[in-house]
Design a protein around this ligand. Structure first.
Ligand code: NAP
Length: 339
């Protein structure tokens, strides 16, 4: 395979994985970062042999500067950059505006540069929220924005909807699809941890001493990267307009803790065993950001199926057990969690 692909947000966990897989397959890659002076050396350190096959451009989701240069000569875009903070912002526009306007800006410049295919990194957040009556979801479901959902969830839903509407109206010839990951785990490459990984870190390093009654769907960073690359490569009829959720399975946090204990017992000394009562989550939520986000999820099953993605793109997800073991091992190997 040859060609040049723009991956926005090359400093991020998912952006980095997509770049890695594209470089391995022989593509040339352009990537955007917010601060090239700070980020380019880190990217060159990760891919020391990439040379001219990796070009880094400075571009912010909130400004037009740099986007034309970043798109020039690219046949496809993986638009991964979007704010993904651990803390809930003071005002939801801090997430909504860059997510929505940034996506439309990336689309506009891609169209102007003649990009043929655009893969948006959306999220299961755009699929599985605001439906209290449901606990199983798939690529056909949409988060209900009439319900009171968290700002991040709203930002991903609004951004995906806006992208699809914009393409239908302004660039119907462009092949557009989205990849919609659930919580992403797997090997880490530096200590700039994505919000999803922070969660496992806190389980292993003992900063969460008891386990809340909460569940989460697990997907592997390597499968998320693969879904992006296959969405760029697959025949048009397989991907046009598609949504590709990546999700291996739903697990309760206590099951995740058990998996780490069983598969990496030497790392599991601080992994909590006792359940955290719901009343304690409610109290801690008054002053702890993580608990504030956990509280509305207590006891909920939100099981998003990735079967459609496996069938259409033709690959099998890595097991959640393997993913969680690899996450734990890599956090320790990189010295991010000290035992
Ligand atoms: P991450 O490691 O925090 O990466 C976020 C990326 O977005 C960074 O490269 C960041 O650049 C960039 N970014 C944020 N605001 C920006 C702005 N105003 N202008 C330009 N770039 C900006 O998070 P991630 O886990 O890789 O997530 C990447 C995408 O996947 C996001 O769209 C997220 O919603 C989605 N996603 C993630 C998960 C998950 O569990 N990780 C699950 C589903 C969907 P800086 O380095 O400059 O901050």
């Amino acid at each position: 395979m040859t060609g040049t692909v723009l991956v926005t947000g090359g400093t991020g966990y998912i952006g980095g994985e997509v770049i890695d897989q594209l470089l391995v397959k022989g593509y040339a890659v352009h990537t955007t970062v917010r601060n090239a002076a700070k980020s380019e050396p880190r990217l060159r350190e990760r891919w020391p042999d990439a040379g001219d096959r990796l070009k880094v451009f400075q571009a912010d989701l909130m400004s037009d500067e740099g986007w034309a240069e970043a798109n020039a000569g690219c046949h496809a875009v993986a638009h991964v950059a979007s704010p993904f903070p651990l803390a809930v912002p003071k005002h939801k526009d801090e997430l909504l505006v860059p997510a929505r306007e940034g996506t439309l800006r990336a689309l506009r410049f891609a169209k102007d540069a003649g990009v043929q295919r655009f893969v948006q990194t959306s999220s299961a957040a755009a699929i599985a929220y605001g439906h209290p009556e449901k606990d199983h979801f798939d690529h056909t479901d949409w988060t209900n924005l009439d319900a009171n959902v968290a700002p991040y969830i709203e930002s991903k839903t609004v951004a995906e909807r806006a992208a699809r509407d914009w393409v239908a109206e302004n660039a119907p010839e462009m092949i557009f699809c989205s990849v919609n990951p659930v919580a992403v785990f797997g090997p880490v490459y530096n200590d700039d941890l994505s919000t999803s990984i922070e969660f496992v870190k806190k389980i292993i390093d003992g900063s969460i001493p008891m386990i809340p009654n909460m569940g989460i769907c697990v997907t592997d960073i390597r499968d998320v990267g693969r879904a992006h690359v296959l969405a760029i490569e697959a025949p048009e009829e397989k991907v046009r307009g598609e949504r590709f959720p990546t999700s291996e399975k739903f697990l309760w946090l206590r099951e995740m803790a058990n998996i780490v204990r069983q598969r990496a017992p030497e790392l599991a000394g601080k992994v909590p065993k006792r359940p955290m009562p719901n009343w304690l989550v409610s109290i801690l939520a008054l002053f702890m950001e993580e608990m504030k986000q956990i509280k509305p999820e207590l006891g909920n099953v939100r099981d998003v199926s990735g079967k459609h993605t496996e069938e259409v793109l033709g690959f099998q997800f890595i097991s959640a057990e393997q993913t969680l073991e690899d996450t734990a091992r890599s956090l320790v190997e990189r010295g991010i969690v000290k035992l």
